[in-house]
Ligand binder design. Structure first.
Ligand code: BCO
Length: 569
């Protein structure tokens, strides 16, 4: 198996003097400027292979590129050389064994296992468009993704293989099923053994910077998730000088990014950001979120940087009873949901470290933030990061004065900045809806002060931001509608002392269920949603009502329910 033999941790000490003086902002700073748009770019050949070459020439220290650990004591450390070798093999598996070609789509639903990185980089080498998804996806979600994208292949584990088998007949384009498992499964190719036996010789495609690289699915207020398409240029962004200033990673640093492999944050934090500068990515398999494990890892391993949603830091603080001093941790970054000033303050008081906020979306990647060393204004998510020019705009795309509430807009005319998504695939209507004058309208409300700091206020639509996830209420309502107890439902965000916001469902019961025990019914409905759609979307709160508020035309007024929830705070 790729985890390799068990290697107990024996201490890992990067050669301090040598590596510290490699503190140039990495390969990107040497080769690209913020506003450069090269004709061709490929993250695998232009960045990873560069670091492999540096290793060969003895110009990079001994720290690994990827350092994976799990709860069983397994450790895996890959150098850039090993990453290059194995990802070239993965590219050969995808193209030669599976017959996938440049532009074909591949669904990638894996937990934090080494093969996730090999498939992503293998795809980049071969020009195959990868489509990451969280392992919390259920059969229905997977079916939609495979059909909407006309995927030719899927890579997953044996947990989801039966779900895929149950729907494969409805996906005529699906030709290849690759499994990452210790067991074989009929009809599935064993990715690990194929990678082992594949040739390490592979010629990377010469991708145009604007060629498509990846598709992510994102929740909408109504209907099905949209396909957010990103080009190879997205991966260039982390190499640009302004972006490098955000995390200020050095080659000798070790970044732990907690993101699930299904989110854009994983592409940024678990691939592009650390490897743009030849730094180490640290990953714990973490099949279940456990703040105790996180605390132990931060004490045991020489991690210098952490990147996680605010809830992760909050959970660590709640779990630990005393002050927290992590020996090597020096820079903590957070994003995915707004950071509260009180969380910032408690983290500082208990750890002696600051939390630096970033903001971004699936459509944009990391778009603004507070670089290490820049003054933090508690409650603000920092300034826009070039080449993005963020302005606060009205609904017509006019720039608003300082300290005036409006929409967060990213200028895309006359020049679309590198890193901004290419559009919603097969959905020109939705793509046009988010274009607002010269700007891409993020759909979030904010103000900007005289110094350019952006202050997040909330969503413009009904999307629920909970634990760093963006959840469309319709997805939850549709799942609830499939339960016989539910006559009608309305789903909104509701305040929560730990998670800050959670999904709440207001439910009108069908007559047959009116006499049922409400607590029991609540649990059953939660379980029902968890079984039909990704479990993170389940309503953590349920309230039974006789009728939700409606407009004159019979449309549920989610905004009234939302106001009711938040006025009780
Ligand atoms: O609430 P319960 O405990 O009953 O259930 C939880 C899980 O136990 C359960 N679950 C998780 N995986 C499962 C599963 N059940 C079945 N099968 C599985 N494979 O489902 C519920 C999931 O809840 P959760 O994930 O919200 O909560 P949890 O487990 O406490 O995890 C906490 C966090 C903080 C680790 C998690 O919420 C998280 O990872 N959030 C971050 C999301 C994220 O990375 N967002 C960034 C998006 S990208 C972006 O914003 C752009 C920035 C540039």
């Amino acid at each position: 198996v790729l985890w390799g033999i068990r290697k107990p941790y024996r201490g890992f000490h990067p050669a301090p003097g040598y590596l510290r003086c490699q503190s140039l902002s990495g390969v990107g700073a040497l080769r690209w400027n913020d506003y450069d748009v090269p004709e061709e770019f490929n993250f695998a050949s232009d960045v990873l292979d560069y670091w492999t070459q540096m290793e060969k020439e003895g110009k990079r220290g001994p720290n690994p590129a990827l350092w994976l650990v799990n709860n069983q004591g397994d450790e895996l450390k890959w150098s850039f050389g090993e990453l290059t070798d194995l990802s070239r093999r993965a590219a050969n598996v995808l193209t030669q064994t599976c017959g996938l070609q440049q532009g074909d789509r591949l669904a990638l639903i894996l937990p934090r296992v080494p093969e996730w990185w090999l498939v992503v980089i293998g795809c980049i080498r071969a020009g195959i468009i990868f489509m990451p998804g969280t392992i919390q996806l259920k059969a229905k979600d997977i079916l939609y993704r495979l059909q909407a994208s006309k995927a030719k292949g899927i890579v997953t584990t044996d947990t989801l293989a039966p779900e895929v088998d149950s729907l494969a007949s409805e996906c005529p384009t699906l030709k290849t099923k690759l499994l990452v498992s210790d067991h074989s499964h009929q009809g599935w190719l064993d990715l690990r053994s194929l990678i082992k036996s594949a040739s390490p010789d592979h010629t990377c495609i010469k991708s145009k910077t604007v060629d498509p690289m990846a598709i992510f699915f994102t929740s909408g207020t109504t209907g099905f998730p949209k396909m957010v398409k990103h080009c190879h240029g997205f991966a260039l962004r982390s190499s640009l000088p302004s972006c490098r200033k955000m995390l200020q990673l050095k080659t000798s640093d070790i970044l732990w990014c907690f993101s699930d492999t299904g989110w854009i944050l994983a592409l940024c934090g678990c691939i592009m950001e650390p490897w743009a500068v030849g730094a180490t990515l640290f990953i714990h398999h973490l099949p279940q979120f456990d703040p105790k494990v996180i605390e132990q890892m931060l004490l045991k391993y020489p991690i210098t940087h952490s990147l996680a949603v605010p809830l992760v830091y909050r959970m660590i603080l709640r779990h630990a009873s005393t002050s927290l001093r992590f020996p090597t941790l020096e820079h903590c970054i957070t994003g995915g949901e707004a950071l509260l000033p009180e969380d910032q303050e408690e983290w500082r008081r208990r750890t002696g470290l600051l939390l630096y906020e970033i903001y971004g979306q699936t459509e944009t990647g990391i778009s603004c933030g507070t670089p290490q060393g820049m003054k933090i204004k508690p409650g603000s998510m920092g300034k826009s990061i070039p080449p993005f020019d963020i302005q606060i705009i009205d609904d017509q795309g006019n720039t608003l004065p300082f300290n005036t509430e409006g929409n967060i807009g990213i200028r895309m005319k006359p020049t679309r900045p590198i890193g901004l998504f290419m559009g919603y695939e097969d959905n020109p209507v939705k793509t046009a809806e988010v274009e607002c004058g010269d700007f891409y309208n993020c759909g979030d409300r904010a103000t900007m002060d005289e110094e350019g700091y952006i202050w997040f206020l909330g969503r413009k639509d009904d999307i629920i931001t909970a634990s760093g996830y963006r959840i469309g209420p319709a997805e939850v309502e549709n799942a609830l509608a499939e339960h016989p107890a539910v006559a009608e439902s309305a789903v909104v965000s509701s305040p929560d002392p730990i998670r800050r916001e959670v999904v709440k469902a207001f439910i009108v019961l069908t007559p047959e269920f009116l006499s049922h025990d409400r607590d029991q019914l609540t649990k059953e409905l939660q379980q029902h949603v968890k079984s039909l759609t990704a479990p993170y979307k389940h309503p953590r709160k349920v309230e039974f009502v006789s009728e939700p508020p409606k407009t004159i035309t019979g449309k549920i007024k989610r905004s009234d329910l939302w106001k009711k929830e938040f006025s009780q705070m």
